[in-house]
Each structure stands twice: as structure tokens, then as C-alpha cells.
Design a binder for this molecule. Structure first.
Ligand code: MG
Length: 471
């Protein structure tokens, strides 16, 4: 099951309104309803299963009426955000949430969360255990002390954290269970961000989505100390933050101050104007707007690549396929070890990442690659796609050889490929086929391989969206 906890229990004191800003109506619709529109769309598209609106006791009647319109459940939150999350998680547990179920924790005060971002966070949490939407910081950062600028703060690799933040249920449950009650009290240092709570529990990612249990030895010292850290990127790293970054959206802002509410109100008024009168049309045509939305929307999607390779079978060479030396009276001819399977997989991965092919990066006239171990070349190909911001999801390949029989070696090949690619063995699929006596395969003149790979782009930036659009 995939649950979305929509946090609407805040008093909204900074918004300058006498009542909860989420009940403030624009064009007859409460801010919370605009947020619910996005989550209901995600649910209707099968991305999440249940929406739970967390409200304060004071707003119960109105929030229940709103939730009912969207088929959402409701639950009463607490005096602080962490306490509301904790109560929401307890409610989910009572409803049977467990283990690998995914829970998305979202601010009700973000009325513009794209359903595609909700989908990307849910998918990333399933993959990695945790996922946090964040957007690269564009403004120059400087520290201030006593009203005076003191020093510049490097902006590289800094991200403004947004919601959704999505987690495997057992991990976030354990993180919140370990968080002492003190951290959830109004006068204690509060987590404003569930990613921090998740990170505080010291989950480590084993590449195969295996997570060690939270390993606090005491609640008073370690957990309390953990409750003191802020959103500072360096501190995140120091505390072992292992949630996956999902690039959020600049439009996914949180309504906190009166200006934010005015901005949202203005956007709603403008979006109801005909396109020709919309101020958006001044800077972007509808086509440009669509293109940029498409680019941002699909940046999280998996990308597929295809590769193939053929090598001639000759006497006097070893037969190496998938990094495994296979006893046979002939072997494959080539500049490197001529491992056709690995070369096909490399091409599939490089192609999925939009990079050039094996021949381009590892030319067969370069003495460096004479007799090269193709597993090492595969490791280099992996480094190239990771440098470009991609991570391998899975590979699948077909090896065509009349003889010898390959099935005894298949699992060994899968293990070696998985090891070099840093993915579990069950994400490497290999099929062996014969040529049924037909063609060069059937005549035992050569061996061929075809491979498919999927990769995901983890570290896309606004700049890369722009590059894509202009390509
Ligand atoms: Mg080759």
C-alpha cells in the first residue's frame, strides 16, 4: 500500500490570517483543496492508494467536510509537526501499514505539488527506502551574524528541501519511534523535515535497498543530539542521510508568509484568464510552457537503452562471456577479451544515458584495450553513466550461441554483471538461445548478444532541463 499523509494541522500563525491558512478560500476553494486536487489525481492514476488528511482539533469539522469530498481519510494531529507525523504514522499502523508499504509525508500548504513529483517520490522510496523532493538553491548564500554579513556560504550541492518526502513504512516508523518525546515538544529543537528524522536513524543503503536497522544505543544522548541538526547540507552528509534526492519544482512552494498566499492567489486568478491575457504569455508561449513542463515531468522517468554485439568464434582463443571463462574448443576473436555479452550490455547502458557507444570510448585500435578484461570496461561504462547522473535499474540480455551449452554458467554471469553494476542479481536477466542450425550462429561461426538496460536520472538540475530543451 502507498499512503499520503497530508499535513494540515498547523495553525499558520506566520501567514497573518486569524484562522488556518489552509482553509482560506480562493475562488470558492480552500487552499487545502488545491493540495488535495494533486493528491487525488495521483491516487486516480494509481500512484498512491490512500490519502489521510491530518488536521487540528479546532478545524475538525471543516477538514472532515473537505476530506469527504475527495474520498480522503482524516486523523487528528498534534501540537507540532513531528507530533502530527507521529500520530499519522500510528493511525496508518492501526490500519495495517507495515514493512515495505510506502508513506508520503506532505505539507498541506503546498498547493502546487505536481502529481508527477508525487509519483517520482513514491517510486524512489520503493527503490531506495527514502526519497526527499528538493530543489537546487539558485540565490547567493551568505551568513549573517548580529545583522552583519560575515562569510559566503558555498551554494554548490545545496538544495531547498520540499515535500513530498516518501519512505518505506518500517523505516520511518522506526525513526519516529526512536525520536524521543522531547524532540516533539514545542520548546525542543524540532525537526521540520521528515528526511532528517529518517536520516537520524542511521539507515545505510546497501545498493540493493537493504537497510540496516536504526542503530541507536541510547535514546537520551544520540537521538537527542540528532534532534539538534538543521537542514544544512554538510550536516546531512555527516549524519548519514541516505534518502534519494528527487528534483522538486520551483512552483512547489510552501505557503508560509502572507506574500506566499498573495502569490498563490495571483496565480489562480491568472490561470483562469484566457491564454492571450495571461501574463505568462509574455515570457513563455503555451508551447514553450508545455515543453518545459514536459521536460521537468519526464526527467524522473526511467530511460531505456539497447545494445548488441557479435564476435567470430576461432580456435586458439578463450571463450569468455559475461566475465566467465567457459571451457570450449574455440573462443571469440577481438581486440579485447571479445566478451560480446558485456559489450552489448555496455552499449545498452551508455545508450540509455544518451552517451556514445563502446567503440567510441574503448576504440579497438587503442593498445590500452588489447586483451582487456571486459568486466573492467563495464565498470568504466558504469562510472561514465553515473557521472552523467544516472543509476542502473536493471539489465536484460539474450546470448545467441549454438554451442557450448551456456545454461550452467548463466547464474555466474549474472552475479558478475550485478557485482560490477552495483545492483542485485535479480536485476540482471540473461537468456541463452541457439540459432537452430540457421545462419552464422547455427553454423557455429560466431556468438551474438543483444541487451536492454533501464537507468534513472537522479541528479537532474534545472540547467540540464534547459540543455535538453535546446538539444
Ligand atoms: Mg565487441
Amino acid at each position: 500500500m502507498r499512503y499520503a499523509l497530508l499535513l494540515c494541522a498547523g495553525a499558520g500563525t506566520r501567514s497573518g490570517l486569524p484562522a488556518n491558512k489552509l482553509l482560506y478560500k480562493i475562488r470558492g476553494k480552500a487552499v487545502a483543496e488545491y493540495a488535495l486536487d494533486n493528491f487525488a489525481a495521483a491516487r486516480d492514476n494509481g500512484v498512491i492508494d490512500e490519502i489521510i488528511l491530518i488536521h487540528s482539533e479546532a478545524d475538525r469539522a471543516e477538514m472532515e467536510t473537505i476530506a469527504a469530498r475527495y474520498g480522503a481519510l482524516t486523523h487528528t494531529g498534534g501540537p507540532t509537526r513531528p507530533e502530527s507525523v507521529r500520530r499519522g504514522l500510528r493511525f496508518l499502523r492501526e490500519r495495517g501499514a507495515k514493512g515495505a508499504d510506502v508513506v508520503l509525508i506532505c505539507d498541506g500548504a503546498r498547493p502546487n505539488t505536481p502529481p508527477s513529483l508525487i509519483a517520482a517520490c513514491a517510486a524512489a522510496a520503493r527503490r531506495s527506502g527514502g526519497a526527499v523532493a528538493a530543489y537546487p538553491v539558485a540565490d547567493t548564500l551568505r551568513a549573517v551574524e548580529n545583522g552583519v554579513f560575515t562569510r559566503g556560504v558555498p551554494r554548490e550541492n545545496t538544495y531547498a528541501v520540499q515535500t513530498p518526502q516518501a519512505f518505506r513504512f518500517d523505516e520511518i516508523w522506526e525513526s519516529y519511534e526512536k525520536l524521543p518525546e522531547t524532540a516533539a515538544k514545542p520548546d525542543a529543537p524540532n525537526f521540520t523535515d521528515n528526511g532528517n528524522v529518517h536520516a537520524a536513524a542511521n539507515f545505510t543503503d546497501d545498493g540493493g535497498n537493504i537497510h540496516a536497522a536504526a542503530n541507536f544505543t541510547d535514546d537520551g544522548g544520540t537521538v537527542h543530539a540528532a534532534a539538534n541538526f538543521t537542514d544544512d547540507g554538510g550536516v546531512h552528509a555527516a549524519t548519514g542521510f541516505r534518502a534519494e534526492l528527487v528534483i522538486g519544482s520551483p512552483d512547489n512552494y510552501k505557503i508560509t508568509l502572507p506574500e506566499d498566499l498573495k502569490r498563490f492567489e495571483r496565480e489562480i486568478e491568472q490561470s483562469s484568464l484566457p491564454v492571450s491575457q495571461s501574463p505568462l504569455a509574455v515570457s513563455q508561449t503555451p508551447t514553450e510552457l508545455l515543453n518545459s513542463q514536459f521536460s521537468i515531468l519526464t526527467s524522473h522517468f526511467p530511460r531505456v537503452g539497447v545494445g548488441s554485439d557479435t564476435h567470430r568464434l576461432v580456435s586458439g582463443r578463450p571463450l569468455i562471456l559475461g566475465g566467465v571463462r567457459i571451457p570450449h574448443d574455440k573462443g571469440l576473436l577481438g581486440h579485447s577479451d571479445a566478451d560480446a555479452l558485456i559489450h552489448a550490455v555496455m552499449d545498452a547502458l551508455l545508450s540509455a544515458a544518451g552517451l556514445r557507444d563502446v567503440g567510441f570510448y574503448f576504440p579497438d585500435n587503442d593498445p590500452k584495450y588489447k586483451g582487456a578484461d571486459s568486466l573492467k570496461l563495464l565498470a568504466e561504462a558504469r562510472a561514465k553513466i553515473e557521472q552523467a547522473g544516472f543509476r542502473t535499474v536493471n539489465v536484460s540480455a539474450v546470448i545467441s550461441a549454438e554451442s557450448p551449452r551456456l545454461s550452467p554458467y548463466i547464474d555466474d554471469m549474472r552475479a558478475r554483471l550485478a557485482d560490477v553494476l552495483g545492483i542485485p542479481q535479480n536485476r540482471v536477466g540473461l537468456t541463452a538461445k541457439t540459432g537452430e542450425g540457421l545462419g552464422f550462429i547455427g553454423r557455429k561461426e560466431g556468438v551474438a548478444a543483444t541487451a536492454c538496460a533501464t537507468v534513472v536520472h537522479l541528479h537532474s538540475s534545472p540547467a540540464s532541463h534547459c540543455e535538453e530543451r535546446t538539444q
